[in-house]
Design a binder for this molecule. Structure first.
Ligand code: CP
Length: 317
């Protein structure tokens, strides 16, 4: 059960309402699904006969493809729909579209939508699990889970880690989900960005959060640096020009000197070289950006299994 009382089969809507033990179980199971060295991902038929619909109303490469691969690795069938190809483009409402899909009896719907709260709203009315693949500026739960898995591949625990999250905090569902997750595990979280993209209320989002507008202060002694994309599509004001943004909030090699010697650099992607970080940093030994992408599959396998075949996970524990 989640903290808000929803059954596991209700899907995955956010990190905020998950218990720490449930997060630990998903991360542990994802570890089991991780491939050995450069070997293939495990194949199982745990979800054989299940049908998963991936419904994306916003662009996606990593999340959509990795959910699809994860489902197939577990033996499920999948259908992926982009909004432009759906009848939403002909004026059908979101509820009517979802009811239409549910009438075809899929076992779960993975959904990305530009409106914060859309998956939770639909989950209240639909009889099948909804998995949030990113909703507006609210949450991106599987991203935070794969980020945690990636950190734990490099560090024994999240407890006491200093994690700097830098960039467009205001519009970032990745930042929100990571703050909730890291806070539950006792990490120290420093949020950093230009004042226009770093609302003061983030200080009260969860325990252990601190705000700064100074990049060097955020990075000092950091174990993890998490860079964020500037979400121009969600900004209503004139954006900070790329060069100016990079000068103040772009991560460059010299910044890494301020952090712990074994600091890791993360980014949920898609990355914008020369705006959020330099190519030297993105391609450096400290970057685990592609590890995050790879872990997306193992984590989403664990999430799908937990929702659609929880008895398998419990037997394995
Ligand atoms: N990190 C992430 O959500 O990437 P996509 O938009 O490509 O899915």
């Amino acid at each position: 059960m989640t903290r808000n009382g929803a059954a596991k089969s209700a899907g995955l809507l956010d990190i905020e309402s998950l218990d720490r033990t449930e997060i630990e179980a998903i991360l542990e199971r994802a570890h089991y699904f991780q491939p050995m060295e450069s070997g293939p991902f495990r194949r199982q038929d745990t979800l054989k006969g299940k049908m998963i619909v991936n419904l994306f109303f916003e662009a996606s490469t990593r999340t959509r493809v990795s959910f699809e691969i994860a489902a197939k690795r577990l033996g499920a069938d999948t259908v992926s729909i982009a909004a432009q190809q759906s009848s939403v483009s002909k004026g059908e409402s979101l509820v009517d579209t979802l009811n239409t899909l549910v009438a075809m009896r899929p076992n779960a719907i993975v959904m990305r939508h530009a409106a914060s709260g859309a998956p939770r709203f639909l989950a209240r009315y639909l009889p099948i699990p909804i998995i949030n693949a990113g909703d507006g500026t609210h949450e991106h739960p599987t991203q935070a889970l794969l980020d945690a898995r990636t950190i734990l591949d490099q560090r024994p625990t999240l407890e006491g880690l200093r994690v700097a999250i830098i960039g467009d905090i205001a519009h970032s569902r990745v930042a929100r989900s990571n703050v909730h997750l890291l806070s539950k595990f006792g990490a120290e979280i420093v949020l950093c960005g230009p004042p226009s993209l770093l609302p003061r209320e983030f200080e009260h989002l969860a325990r252990g959060v601190r705000l700064t507008y100074e990049m060097t202060e955020a990075i000092r002694k950091a174990d993890v640096i998490m860079m964020l994309r500037v979400q121009l599509e969600r900004q209503h004001e004139a954006p900070i020009p790329a060069g100016e943004y990079f000068a103040f909030y772009g991560l460059r090699l010299e910044h890494l000197e301020l952090a712990k010697p074994d600091v890791i650099v993360m980014h949920p992607g898609p990355i914008n070289r020369g705006r959020e970080l330099s190519s030297e940093v993105a391609d450096s030994q400290r970057s685990v950006i592609l590890n995050q992408v790879e872990n997306g599959i193992a984590v989403r396998m664990a999430v799908l299994e937990r929702i659609l075949a929880p008895e398998t996970m419990e037997t394995a524990a």
